[in-house]
Design a protein around this ligand. Structure first.
Ligand code: BEZ
Length: 341
């Protein structure tokens, strides 16, 4: 059994077709077929049922695919890490979720460049979840996200907790009231925008509905990526981050609309379509149409995490951490200083 055979098996299993696998790999169909046959002969197991189109994995093949694809990803990660160890790049590639760009990220990068003038930085907008693969492949050296991820390759440090504020249209009756309670917001349409959801293990189930006379309608607008539904229809774990915050207080908002990102959510608030919760650093966005108000709940916060690989820390990361703490101190932001292992 060798790597070539394993990679051929994975690509054939992924695409369920010898011709598609040949086009993707640049190998001929007979070569791919030979590699697969050698693997099956070595193992004494039929992995792919060739008598159906598209091709099917046998039961043993499905098991092998599941396990071996994880191992091959790990081999790629180790290879990429070893290459980076032998020739560390002077460029620091940073991945970030859009919400941190509205906050302190530009100031932190400016401070880093001021303290280390030789540093070269690239910035890439990438979801918290995708940052894990991007760190392993070497696409980024560091990721700033808002979710904790359990991954044996990744270390994360919690930088700080940022409070959520409520974003309301300026014409809303609550628009000028500060220190709002979640329960008072529950009968508004809540606009959801997170791409990454919480792990099922931390999710809550079945909050009380905000109002007793709810109907459990679900409507999906096929012309847009927005879907609208009554949040009272939940019976499964609540992994959506904003709904999870409400659920912590036993509240299920009246109706919700899901959109693709934070900018769209704030656009809908500006248009008077509903309300949303955003980290406080976003409260400078669209202030002509949106009023941002504090919440009374001190624990309704969004954490900011720094993620990096466990076994390969870019040499410039300690300078970056120093720049972050410098900005926090200048702004009087509370944080807990941490060091990388
Ligand atoms: C912050 O707002 O705390 C932050 C933003 C970007 C990178 C690091 C920290």
């Amino acid at each position: 059994m060798d790597l070539k055979q394993l990679k051929a098996f994975i690509v054939i299993a992924d695409l369920r077709s010898f011709s598609a696998a040949a086009a993707q790999t640049g190998l001929s169909q007979p070569s791919l077929s030979r590699l697969l046959k050698q693997l099956e002969t070595d193992m004494g197991v039929e992995l792919i049922d060739r008598y159906h189109r598209p091709l099917n994995l046998t039961e043993a093949g499905a098991f092998f695919y599941d396990k071996i694809s994880t191992i091959l990803t790990e081999i790629d990660t180790v290879t990429s890490m070893t290459q980076r160890l032998s020739a560390p790049s002077s460029i620091l590639n940073i991945g970030f979720v859009p919400s941190v760009l509205y906050g302190l990220l530009p100031e932190i990068i400016a401070r880093l460049k001021q303290s280390s003038p030789d540093i070269e930085v690239t910035l890439k907008d990438i979801s918290s979840y995708q940052q894990m693969d991007a760190l392993k492949s070497g696409e980024i050296d560091i990721g700033f996200g808002r979710f904790a991820h359990q991954d044996p390759w990744i270390q994360q440090i919690l930088l700080r907790h940022e409070r959520y504020v409520v974003a309301l249209p300026k014409s809303h009756p609550l628009a000028h009231i500060s220190d709002q309670r979640l329960i008072d917001l529950a009968n508004n349409r809540l606009i959801l925008y997170h791409q990454t959801h919480l792990p099922i293990t931390t999710a809550l189930t079945k909050p009380k509905p905000a109002s007793a006379n709810l109907t459990a309608n679900t409507t999906v607008n096929p012309k847009s990526s927005r879907s609208t539904k009554s949040a009272a229809s939940f019976s499964e774990p609540i992994t959506e981050p904003l709904l999870h915050l409400f659920a912590q207080y036993g509240i299920s908002p009246f109706t919700t609309t899901t959109v693709s990102d934070l900018q769209v959510a704030l656009g809908l608030v500006a248009a008077g379509e509903g309300i949303t919760l955003v980290p406080a650093s976003l409260q400078t966005v669209r202030t002509e149409q949106i009023s941002y108000q504090r919440l009374v709940h001190e624990n309704v916060t969004s954490p900011i995490y720094l993620h990096t690989l466990k076994d390969f820390v870019h040499p410039k990361i300690s300078d970056l951490l120093t720049a972050i703490y410098h900005v926090y101190e200048q702004r009087g932001i509370t944080y807990r200083q941490q060091k990388f292992m």
